[in-house]
Design a protein. Structure first.
Length: 444
């Protein structure tokens, strides 16, 4: 078992200055007295790196029920770059080697060991573990971070972990979300879903952000984004720029054109999910004093990552989302307008370290026409994956599972019919060997 270690001295004052540190004693007291705790706080408040360390201190304390068996504290993230960067940061703060006491597991990469007691992992990875072990017996505590990210994996995990709370009195759950609850589908619904759970609010540390709209609708947001970046660099004081586009092709095109226009005056960094981890982590590299960093990203940079130095945000107003046509049974990616919730989060990236500006490439009326929140993935994606996962978890009555937002009964029935024709379920709706193999496969 790992002995208690003091965090690295060079990080101590920095940690104490994080907004979440103000709530440390309240959190620890609430955590000890309850099986579940909810925490809300802006990106950059420190909750992703500090709350797991607070929990670990408590779990390792001699007063906490102990066991000779190997145990874990797990902290989930919606994106691999967030899981890896948080794990590396915490390992540095605790003065331990990454992959030893503190590790991470993401798709195709496991940086953990038998000594690991605090593990960061993506939601998809924990969901895969739950398929093999529905009660997640190895974990004393799960910290479900960025729960407002209403991906399919997040929503299924919420239901699974709620069942685990009932089945395992020794298990504890911490649910964390961004603030601005009135704009998120996650936070208020999650609070209602876990009615009675105590809620701790971390004070905001954001600086003011000026919002600039276009006077007229933009015909080509990619062209406008590139032009706006060049204009900011030429006309605005120092400070890094974060640009939100929809996908790899757009991002690479924008990066190439910005480099051609501004040359060695800037360092341009792309960020999207299919990039190698080493390339993704360039966003955290310090910006040379003589240069301005420009990060061109998908919506992965909305809430999951804390990036110092961003002063200007260019918001295209679009993102790429997975959708499903019930009539044709075809799943596809669609470039769609974002929600007001996403727009607020994008703007907030500019106010982390000093007052900033957000340039929205759409009119104020367009913003007002945006949906308040995005539709959760579970109600707009192919229900086959949902049904396969629930069946493997032993949920025979699909309607009895406690969804935050349930898929329509028609969609669930269609999924069962499709799986029956594929030989994945029998006429009683139970998984066959084929269905079991399908449920273990990871979609590419």
């Amino acid at each position: 078992m790992m002995m208690k270690k003091k965090s690295a001295a060079r990080y101590y004052e920095e940690r104490r200055n994080l907004p979440v540190w103000v709530q440390k004693e309240e959190f620890l007291r609430t955590f000890m007295e309850n099986q579940m705790v909810m925490v809300t706080g802006e990106t950059g408040s420190g909750k992703t790196t500090q709350i797991p360390q607070f929990v670990l201190e408590t779990v390792m304390d001699e007063n906490y029920p102990s066991s000779d068996d190997q145990w874990l504290v797990g902290c989930t993230q919606p994106h691999r770059v967030a899981a890896i960067s948080a794990a590396r940061r915490v390992a540095e703060e605790m003065d331990v080697k990454i992959g030893e006491e503190v590790g991470y597991t993401v798709r195709f990469e496991d940086c953990s060991s038998s000594r690991t007691v605090l593990k960061y992992l993506t939601n998809d990875v924990l969901l895969r573990e739950a398929r093999a072990d529905p009660l997640l017996a190895r974990y004393k505590v799960i910290i479900l971070d960025e729960v407002h990210d209403r991906s399919l994996a997040t929503d299924l995990l919420v239901g699974i972990l709620k069942r685990t709370l009932t089945s395992r009195p020794d298990f504890k759950l911490v649910v964390m979300s961004a603030t601005l609850e009135e704009y998120f589908s996650g936070a208020p619904l999650i609070k209602e879903y876990f009615s009675g759970a105590p809620l701790i609010k971390v004070p905001s540390s954001l600086h003011p952000v000026e919002i600039w709209y276009t006077r007229e609708p933009v015909m080509d947001y990619l062209e406008s984004a590139i032009s706006k970046v060049i204009q900011i660099h030429m006309c605005e004081p120092t400070g890094d720029i974060l640009v939100f586009l929809t996908g790899e092709e757009e991002i690479e095109q924008a990066c190439s054109r910005i480099i051609r226009s501004l040359g060695d005056q800037v360092t341009v960094v792309p960020l999207y999910s299919s990039l190698p981890s080493a390339v993704q982590h360039k966003i955290f590299d310090p910006t040379p004093k003589s240069l301005r960093k420009i990060i061109v990203s998908t919506n992965v940079a909305e809430t999951s990552l804390s990036m110092d130095g961003i002063v200007y945000v260019v918001d295209s107003g679009f993102s790429k989302q997975k959708d499903y046509d019930f009539h044709t049974a075809v799943e596809f990616w669609l470039v769609s307008p974002i929600s007001q919730a996403s727009a607020y989060q994008r703007a907030g990236r500019a106010g982390r370290t000093r007052p900033g500006k957000c340039f929205r490439l759409y009119t104020e009326q367009t913003f007002n026409d945006f949906p308040v929140r995005e539709t959760p993935e579970i109600v707009r994606s192919n229900p086959v994956n949902t049904v396969l996962t629930l069946k493997q978890l032993g949920v025979n009555d699909l309607k009895s599972f406690e969804y935050i937002d349930p898929p329509s009964p028609k969609m669930l029935l269609r999924a069962l019919e499709d799986l029956f024709h594929l030989g994945a379920v029998d006429d009683q709706g139970n998984l066959t060997n084929i269905g079991l193999m399908m449920s273990l496969e990871e979609p590419l």
